[in-house]
Design a protein around this ligand. Sequence first.
Ligand code: ATP
Ligand code: MG
Length: 557
Amino acid sequence: MSNTESRAPDFVRATIATEIAQGRFDGRVVTRFPPEPNGYLHIGHAKALCLDFGAAQEFGGHCNLRFDDTNPTKEETEYVDAIQDDIRWLGYAWGDHLYYASGYFEQLYQWAVQLIQAGKAYVDDLTPDEMRDYRGTLTEPGRASPHRNRSVAENLDLFARMRAGEFPDGAKTLRAKIDMASGNVNLRDPVMYRIRHAEHHRTGNAWCIYPMYDWAHGQSYSIERVTYSLCSMEYEDHRPLYDWYCEQLGIFHPQQIEFARLNISHTVLSKRKLLQLVNENIVAGWDDPRMPTLRGLRRRGYTPEAIRDFIERVGVGKTQNLIELALLEHCLREDLNKRAARVMAVLHPLKVVIENYPADQVEELDAVNNPEDATMGTRQVPFARELWIEQDDFREDPPKKFFRLSPGVEVRLRYAYIVKCTSVVHNERGQVIQVNCTYDPATRGGSTDRKVKGTIHWVSARHAIPAKVRLYDTLFLSPKPDEDEDWKTRINPNSLETLTNCFVEPALAHAAPGERYQFERTGYFYVDPDSSTDQRVFNRTVSLRDSWGKIEKQEQG
Ligand code: ATP
Ligand code: MG
């Protein structure tokens, strides 16, 4: 049963359904996703994306992708391209509906002129500091700027000269003339245009005045005939402003519905902070597998299906809450469990020599590729006299309930034989560097009634492929880094551990970047794009839970 079917619609979908039934907007559903191209998309954006594209799809409408590119100094084509790529990866399409707020600059300018003519906007000379001072506070009304009552003619002249480049940055602004005493500070004569002599990634040097986000936002909907603007709660107080602009201009405006942003434990989701992590080399880039960006999650090995499932389970509400990272990982495990082929790989190798196994003999043993999916078939795994096992799977002095290998104790080698440890070899520092065993030929592939407590994985030393493995932990030790005094104080120094001396079974000789595997007992892994035929690199996507019990059950059950 899919999660969609088992769940009641969220309040946003319920509202849309009701309004369609009432015939609002003639039943049209057009949504939009409006990223600002000043960073890469992250898991929080995925929540907005899944709602914008998902709801449009479900109601037979469409979703526009609109870049809100009104700030020339922070935006780049690199981000525009990456955002499109990430949305496609997540499984959504916008068809022909790709737009840029910068495509509306001329129309927005004309509308601003219209407001000036109607006496609803004026050119101001206050500096940003003065303006802040005049704006008042939540409890005190603001004061009128001395320039508020300029004549329409003077405003038209000054605004045209602003556009023509006569004034330096910051010298003047165009402001809406609304209400300096409004209880909503967004309505205290908000700035519509500021002067920025800066090149824009799409319009080049055509403009030196740029619309404020709030001035561009609502009118963009109108131009695109968007019916539902689904946005996060912080825009609730901006809604009256968007509506005011459209009403003054006498143009169509959409229904805005606000929902709570996604917050996840042990991470930050502000683009400004993520950019800092990149710029300060705390991570290797926007696609570092520790980043909550879609790029990072993708390189970690996340599937789009797991992310969409997670977003569905989180749901859409109006209350802020913190979602545990564990839920995201749970969704991922569920998905990978279905699709990832199982293989054996040894991360911390320890040599095992089977003394009674002929030195030149090799047997090909049958191994199941995915117990969850019979169609994935079986493969052959070579077995020989010398093997690698995990260091952790051997203890010279085992504690109680240690069911793996130790002197005199038997263990099953997955898909192979029961072996017994007969002796160990130490190095000069007293560390175990080799474990000698004997095997019981009658126990091949589980063909015996004999029960042993433990089953461990292994790789034939002669056939093993060397590999590099990256293990990850959360980037932050703090569950809520945003609430720490300084969000960077509790960065996890051990968020990345690189193992350079691992061995994987020969089935992985041709593992290609982008493939996903389950390494039995140690987790799900993703073949990193850094991999080459000389050096295979695997990123641990997520560890397994409870793998031990499962293997026992499969083999003995
Ligand atoms: P910043 O971190 O700079 O505030 P932003 O989150 O506003 O950036 P945008 O590119 O403007 O970034 O976001 C595009 C859309 O994604 C917006 O509609 C925004 O509400 C939504 N969005 C961003 N972060 C989240 C989040 N954590 N949860 C849900 N929606 C989000
Ligand atoms: Mg924003």
